[in-house]
Design a protein around this ligand. Structure first.
Ligand SMILES: *Cc1c(COP(=O)(O)O)cnc(C)c1O
Length: 368
C-alpha cells in the first residue's frame, strides 16, 4: 500500500504558467543582458517597493548572501545576539562577517527570541541583535526596539519567513535597521533562488549595491571588499511573474492551514504555534509541536514517511549543537529552544495541496 501512495513533500514551489514566464523572458533574448542589474532586476525592485510600500529594496541572488551583505553594510564588530532556533544561514551570516554569535533562548509560544532574556546577554562588545521571524511569527519588535535604543545596538531581522506580512497595515520590512527576505524556491514568494534587503537608512543602499558586486564603485575603482551576490535577469523575471499571483497563492495556503487547524487544534499533546504579535499571516509553514502526545515527534515523522509523506524536522537539531559551532563558541544554554527543536515538525503546506491530502495527513497522525 504505502509504495503506491503518491509522495507529498513538505513544500512545492509556486510557479507561473509556462507561457507567462516565456513572455516575461522574451526581452532578455532581444537585449542579451543576462545579469548586472538589468531591466528585469530594476522592474522587480520597483514592483517590490510598491508591494511593501518602502523606499528601497535591494535584490540578491539568494537570501543568505542578502543577510551576509546587510550585516556587512552596517559595519559591525563584536558580539551579536541571536537565537539558535533558526536555519543555519542566520548564524553563518554572523560568523562569516567575523562576528561572534551569542545565543538567546526563545519563548515557548511563538518560538521567536525571548525579549526578557536579551538584556542579560549584553556586554560592552555587543553590537547588534539578529532576531528571526520564525515561521512568519513576528518578533516582539517594540521591546527589541527599546533594548536596541537603550544600548545603541543595530537590529537586523532575518525575515526569510515573513514576506508579505503586515502589522497594522504596514510591511514587516520596516522593522529594525534592516530586514532580509528569502525568495528561495521553497519560500512563500520565490525568484527560483533569491533574496532582498530593505534598509531603514536609505543612504546605505548604495553601499549595499556595491557590496553585492565586488565593491566596484566605478569603471576603474573598487572601494569595498565585496562579493558577488547579484540577482540575475531570469530570477527577476520569475519574481515579476510570481508576485502577480502571490496573494492568490497565500489564500490557497490559508485554506490548507485552516483545515489543519480544524483537525489538530485542541488535541491532547499537540501544540500549534501561537502568534503573540498581531499581524497578517502568510501561511509559510505549519509547525506542530508534540509534547505528551501518544507518539513522539520522531515517531510521527517516521509514520508519515511510511505513507510517502515527507514532513520536516524544522528546526532540528539546534544551530548551537552543530559540529561547526560546538567547539568554537560558548553556546550558552537555551533549554526552551532545545525542547521545541526536539518536538517540532512542519507539515506539508503549499498552494494546491488538496484538502483531501491534508486530511489524510491528519488521519495518519491521529489514528490509533
Ligand atoms: C531560507 C532561509 C534563509 C536563507 O535564504 P536562502 O534564500 O535559502 O539563501 C535564511 N534564514 C532563514 C530563517 C531561512 O529560512
Amino acid at each position: 500500500m504505502s509504495s503506491e501512495e503518491k509522495t507529498i513533500l513538505v513544500a512545492r514551489s509556486s510557479m507561473p504558467n509556462f507561457e507567462e514566464y516565456i513572455e516575461e523572458i522574451r526581452e532578455i533574448w532581444d537585449s542579451h543582458w543576462l545579469t548586472n542589474m538589468g531591466v528585469k532586476h530594476k522592474e522587480l525592485e520597483k514592483e517590490l517597493m510598491k508591494y511593501m510600500d518602502v523606499d528601497n529594496v535591494n535584490l540578491f541572488t539568494n537570501g543568505h548572501l542578502a543577510l551576509e551583505s546587510a550585516i556587512a553594510a552596517l559595519d559591525l564588530k563584536g558580539e551579536v545576539i541571536t537565537t539558535p532556533f533558526t536555519f543555519a544561514s542566520t548564524t553563518h551570516a554572523i560568523v562569516r562577517n567575523g562576528l561572534t554569535p551569542v545565543f538567546c533562548d526563545i519563548n515557548p509560544e511563538d518560538y521567536t527570541i525571548d525579549v526578557n532574556k536579551i538584556e542579560e546577554l549584553i556586554t560592552d562588545k555587543t553590537c547588534a541583535i539578529v532576531p528571526v521571524h520564525v515561521y512568519g511569527n513576528i518578533c516582539d519588535f517594540k521591546e527589541i526596539d527599546r533594548i536596541a535604543k537603550k544600548y545603541n545596538l543595530k537590529v537586523i531581522y532575518d525575515a526569510a519567513h515573513a514576506f508579505a506580512i503586515k502589522i497594522n497595515g504596514e510591511s514587516v520590512s520596516k522593522l529594525g535597521d534592516a530586514s532580509m527576505f528569502s525568495f528561495h524556491a521553497t519560500k512563500v514568494f520565490n525568484t527560483i533562488e533569491g533574496g532582498a534587503v530593505i534598509l531603514k537608512d536609505k543612504n546605505l543602499k548604495q553601499r549595499l549595491d556595491y557590496l553585492k558586486n565586488f565593491g566596484i564603485t566605478g569603471p576603474d575603482t573598487i572601494e569595498y571588499i565585496g562579493g558577488n551576490a547579484k540577482m540575475n535577469e531570469f530570477q527577476a523575471a520569475m519574481g515579476i511573474c510570481n508576485l502577480k499571483h502571490l496573494d492568490e497563492e497565500i489564500q490557497k495556503r490559508k485554506v490548507v492551514a485552516e483545515e489543519y487547524n480544524r483537525r489538530l487544534k485542541g488535541i491532547e499533546g499537540i501544540k500549534l504555534s501561537n502568534r503573540r504579535i498581531n499581524s497578517t499571516e502568510n501561511y509559510a509553514y505549519y509547525p506542530v509541536f508534540f509534547d505528551g502526545f501518544k507518539l513522539t515527534r520522531d515517531e510521527v515523522f517516521e509514520k508519515l514517511k511510511e505513507h510517502n509523506i515527507i514532513a520536516r524536522k524544522y528546526f532540528y537539531p539546534l544551530i548551537n549543537s552543530h559540529e561547526c559551532y560546538k567547539s568554537k563558541f560558548d553556546c550558552g544554554s537555551t533549554p526552551i529552544a532545545e525542547k521545541i527543536a526536539d518536538g517540532v515538525i512542519t507539515l506539508p503546506l503549499y498552494a494546491g495541496l488538496s484538502l483531501e491530502d491534508a486530511n489524510r495527513i491528519c488521519d495518519i497522525i491521529l489514528e490509533d
